[in-house]
Ligand binder design. Structure first.
Ligand code: HEC
Ligand code: HEC
Ligand code: HEC
Ligand code: HEC
Ligand code: HEC
Ligand code: HEC
Length: 415
């Protein structure tokens, strides 16, 4: 019992003991693109001596967690600082209080000696690459594993068969039994002969083949026009998890047309440059992926100038309804007050966007049957809502759903 306790407490205590070493790593991963742990300016002020510039530790923590929120408190020091740095936005960080204190203390003392930074560099590299291996296996992978096992089984069986035959012929030889030499056969006849001698293997292989073909056919039938889970690899490894999740950048900052028009736009590379003019290194891919933004804009980060050979980034479309369907984002997001996540799922935790909902007619209709219309403050719907209440069919507890405003009529969704 006490052994279990010791092991448990070791497991829980270990991370907190490693904290001060982690500060350098955390700084490197989150802050180093904009701050130096010296008095030197980069994008933001040098952080050496920063403790003495802030009267209150809680405020300093609040600033690092979300500087834009903190500015709303009207703090005069923060307002001046923000203005001094030309209103550059410092991104929000989902770090704990203890982590922030550790980073700030570490930087406040001027960071590590250069040699020590090198050491933490490679440590940081090791942890990031260790995190990459855990891709979940999908059904296709399982299919290949199954086929692999089947192939191995077949090989094993035929090897055993050969061994059995040569043993048999040894025994025959010993017993003086004369086996007639086999007649000459064409390759086809040989194959047929082999099949007739190995009925079990042939039956097994046939079974596997049938199941496989059936599965392919079934997938094909069920998958006509349904791409749930579709997650193509994009030309730049842009991560929603990093931008919308960790850095809490609002969806509409990039998809700015979503509240006003039918389509949600994909942001142009210029929008990326609002931040990536300064942020030239990423936590996972270093400068490799970010430099693709520069390539698209023919931008030279050394001279900070744009060249003439600009070409748009060719993002691959994930969601796509057939042409005969009418779908409007602003109707759902602005009028219907739906969250992006209701249809797109937890995009802010996806490294690669995948289609979360089936986007079938049944999916649209189900939601229209179940979801109440936000009629308050909308004259047109208030009128309809009044009629709905006055209807003779109305019973107490009935919900004023999208269906009730005509959301199941064919012509609403089909041209
Ligand atoms: C994208 C650039 C960027 C990143 C990344 C960044 N900051 Fe900042 N930071 C700034 C800027 C710019 C300012 C100056 C105020 C402003 O314009 O918002 C600032 C100001 C600060 C200040 C106040 C400095 C002072 O002189 O009072 C602190 C503290 C701070 N940052 C800590 C951090 C920490 C800790 C991290 C990492 C967890 C971090 N920052 C990451 C850009 C950044
Ligand atoms: C920093 C900019 C940025 C932010 C913030 C952002 N996105 Fe995106 N989004 C993109 C880019 C670039 C693409 C195209 C590349 C891709 O699919 O990953 C995209 C693609 C998408 C797609 C797939 C579009 C298609 O091809 O069908 C959806 C859905 C989406 N974003 C939803 C969201 C939601 C929801 C949020 C907020 C939680 C959000 N985005 C925040 C930049 C952003
Ligand atoms: C509002 C600020 C902001 C905007 C706009 C923005 N990014 Fe970022 N981006 C960040 C921050 C913050 C990081 C993380 C930097 C870090 O942690 O060191 C980052 C990191 C990255 C990385 C590096 C990923 C890695 O792990 O190495 C890529 C690639 C990237 N962004 C692509 C884009 C693209 C493409 C766009 C435009 C569609 C874009 N970003 C728009 C703030 C932004
Ligand atoms: C009622 C469900 C629903 C909601 C809510 C919703 N979307 Fe969509 N989204 C869709 C559908 C359906 C498509 C495919 C549209 C098409 O192919 O014409 C789509 C496509 C997209 C695309 C690809 C470009 C396009 O317009 O085809 C982006 C980007 C996107 N959504 C972002 C968002 C963001 C950001 C939000 C939240 C502000 C959001 N969506 C809210 C259902 C929704
Ligand atoms: C998550 C729930 C949800 C899903 C999924 C959804 N809708 Fe809607 N839809 C709504 C709501 C809520 C409204 C009411 C908005 C309003 O108040 O006008 C609405 C309204 C509409 C309207 C206007 C109806 C009218 O009478 O004015 C159309 C057209 C529409 N949706 C099409 C679609 C299509 C096409 C899809 C599938 C691709 C879809 N919707 C998926 C919730 C949903
Ligand atoms: C709320 C929106 C909505 C309403 C209402 C609606 N549909 Fe659809 N319908 C869709 C969507 C979305 C698709 C595309 C489904 C897909 O691609 O899997 C579709 C597809 C279809 C298709 C093509 C089938 C296919 O597999 O491509 C037909 C036919 C159709 N609808 C007929 C109707 C008829 C008839 C009505 C009225 C009774 C109706 N729809 C009402 C959204 C709607």
């Amino acid at each position: 019992m006490s052994l279990v306790f010791t092991i448990l407490s070791m497991v829980f205590l270990l991370p907190s003991q490693g904290f001060s070493q982690d500060a350098a790593k955390l700084f490197k991963g989150n802050c180093a693109s904009c701050h130096k742990p010296t008095t030197q300016k980069l994008v933001g002020p040098g952080l050496q001596g920063v403790r003495s510039r802030w009267t209150d530790e809680a405020k300093l923590i609040a600033w690092v967690k979300n500087s834009q929120d903190f500015l709303k408190t009207g703090d005069s020091y923060a307002k001046k600082l923000f203005a001094d740095y030309g209103n550059s936005v410092m991104p929000a960080f989902a770090l704990s209080d203890a982590e922030i204190i550790a980073i700030v203390d570490w930087a406040d003392k001027g960071g590590d000696a250069p040699a020590a930074t090198e050491a933490t560099d490679s440590a940081a590299g090791a942890t990031t690459s260790a995190g990459e291996g855990g891709e979940p296996a999908d059904s296709e992978t399982y299919m290949y594993i199954l086929l692999g096992i089947a192939a191995l089984l077949l090989i094993l069986i035929s090897v055993l068969n050969t061994v059995k035959k040569s043993l048999q012929s040894l025994v025959n030889e010993k017993n003086g039994v004369i086996v007639e030499p086999q007649p000459h056969r064409s390759p086809y006849q040989q194959a047929m002969y082999w099949a007739s001698q190995n009925k079990k293997i042939v039956a097994l292989a046939g079974l596997f083949l049938t199941v496989w073909v059936l599965k392919l056919g079934w997938d094909g039938l069920m998958g006509v026009g349904v791409y749930e889970g579709y997650a193509p690899e994009q030309p730049i490894k842009f991560s929603h998890e990093l931008h919308a999740g960790q850095n809490k950048i609002a969806c509409v900052y990039c998809h700015s047309s979503v509240e006003k028009s039918k389509h949600a736009n994909i942001p142009s590379a210029n929008v990326c440059m609002n931040c990536h003019a300064y942020i030239q290194q990423g936590p996972k891919y270093g400068s490799e992926e970010i430099s693709k933004i520069y390539a698209a804009l023919d931008y030279n980060p050394e001279t900070r100038s744009y060249g003439p050979n600009q070409k748009p980034i060719k993002w691959i479309r994930v969601h796509s309804l057939p042409d005969h369907v009418y779908f409007n984002h602003s109707q759902h997001v602005t009028v219907g007050k739906l969250e992006c996540a209701q249809c797109h799922g937890p995009i802010d935790s996806m490294e690669v966007v995948r289609q979360y909902s089936p986007l079938t007619m049944g999916w649209c209709i189900n939601c229209h049957r179940e979801t109440a219309v936000q009629w308050e403050g909308n004259e047109y719907y208030e009128e309809l809502h009044k009629k709905f209440l006055e209807d003779s069919d109305y019973k107490k507890g009935d919900v004023f759903t999208v269906e009730k405003i005509g959301g199941l009529e064919c012509s609403k969704c089909h041209y």
